[in-house]
Design a protein around this ligand. Structure first.
Ligand SMILES: NC(=O)c1ccc[n+]([C@@H]2O[C@H](COP(=O)([O-])OP(=O)(O)OC[C@H]3O[C@@H](n4cnc5c(N)ncnc54)[C@H](OP(=O)(O)O)[C@@H]3O)[C@@H](O)[C@H]2O)c1
Length: 280
């Protein structure tokens, strides 16, 4: 696994983490039918080196965080594994007291005293970001989170959030970014690189679109996959995280996918091949 620094901090995080959306249910709705499979997936991801685990209070209506908590307990009982836990407060909970309550409830479900990264899941224009950020500062001071991040924020919204923070700096913005969704390249990614913020790429495999057979551009990706003896997903994840400032958090329930993703950053293609993929 290759690593990068989180934001301007000295914190080392893996270039490929692990996403937990749809493990344990959907948006505010839980599904307990695949719990053991989900826990095993999280445990395997950490053991294979994808130890940045991303979750959210809204995933499975909190049940996904409980599954992460179960996986963390299992990992602790099996050895000394490094884990970086990132969770998020939902956009309807961005008033000061709601942020505090949400974070405390997440910690309880995760079985932790502190998360590593607490993120605003989506901006909410009806709630002043300064009020939200002030609650986040209190969470740092109380030791309930180590770092503050946002998600689905534009460069302008990141700037607003940052300017309302008195003592701390944002470390990350988590947005959709993949070969299939290049929007962040126009403004957000250059902004993050300039200001030393980590861009956490969600849906880095286009929510499974990577498996599609109708996208003609994937023929070229398959040629590179054959040349390097890798899979299509590995080529696309490698491209995503190899050009600086980006960490990817693919979700995978299938152990084969987890193992593939865990080594996706561990090879280098020729410079002109990264450019070629960017131009496709
Ligand atoms: N902040 C936000 O608003 C937001 C929004 C969306 C997502 N996220 C975060 O980002 C994470 C990832 O995004 P996502 O779940 O939307 O999509 P994704 O990671 O792009 O795609 C997940 C899909 O790709 C498949 N897959 C994984 N590895 C593969 C491989 N090596 N080869 C082929 N297929 C593979 C998975 O199948 P299997 O499950 O069968 O293995 C699953 O169907 C989420 O879990 C969540 O933590 C955040």
């Amino acid at each position: 696994m290759r690593y990068t620094r989180l934001g301007k901090t000295n914190e080392r995080v893996p270039l490929i983490g692990f996403g937990t959306w749809r493990l344990g249910g959907g948006w505010w709705s839980e599904d307990r039918s695949q719990d053991e499979r989900a826990i095993e997936a999280i445990v395997l991801a950490v053991k294979k080196g994808c130890w940045l685990i991303d979750t959210a209070e809204a995933y499975g209506g909190g049940h996904t965080e409980e599954l992460v908590g179960s996986a963390l307990r299992r990992l602790r009982s099996e050895g000394d594994y490094e884990v970086f836990v990132a969770t998020k407060v939902a956009p309807e909970h961005l008033h000061y007291d709601d942020v505090i309550r949400s974070c405390e409830a997440s910690l309880k479900r995760l079985g932790l005293k502190q998360v590593d990264l607490y993120q605003v899941h989506w901006p909410n224009e009806r709630i002043d970001i300064a009020e939200t950020m002030s609650a986040f500062e209190r969470l740092i001071e109380e030791g309930k989170t180590r770092y503050i991040g946002v998600s689905n924020f534009s460069a302008k919204q990141v700037e607003e959030a940052q300017s309302s923070l008195r003592k701390y700096e944002l470390v990350s913005d988590q947005v959709s970014y993949s070969f299939f969704d290049r929007k962040p390249e126009a403004e957000l990614l250059p902004y993050c690189r300039k200001n030393n913020l980590t861009l956490i790429a969600y849906s880095p495999l286009g929510r499974g679109v990577v498996n599609s057979s109708s996208d003609k551009r994937l023929t070229k990706i398959d040629e590179l996959a054959a040349k390097y003896n890798k899979t299509r997903a590995q080529i696309l994840l490698n491209w995503l995280v190899s050009r600086g400032g980006v960490v990817a958090i693919p979700k995978a329930a299938d152990p084969k996918h987890i193992e593939e993703n865990a080594v996706a950053a561990d090879f280098e293609m020729a410079e002109e091949e990264y450019t070629l993929i960017s131009r496709l």
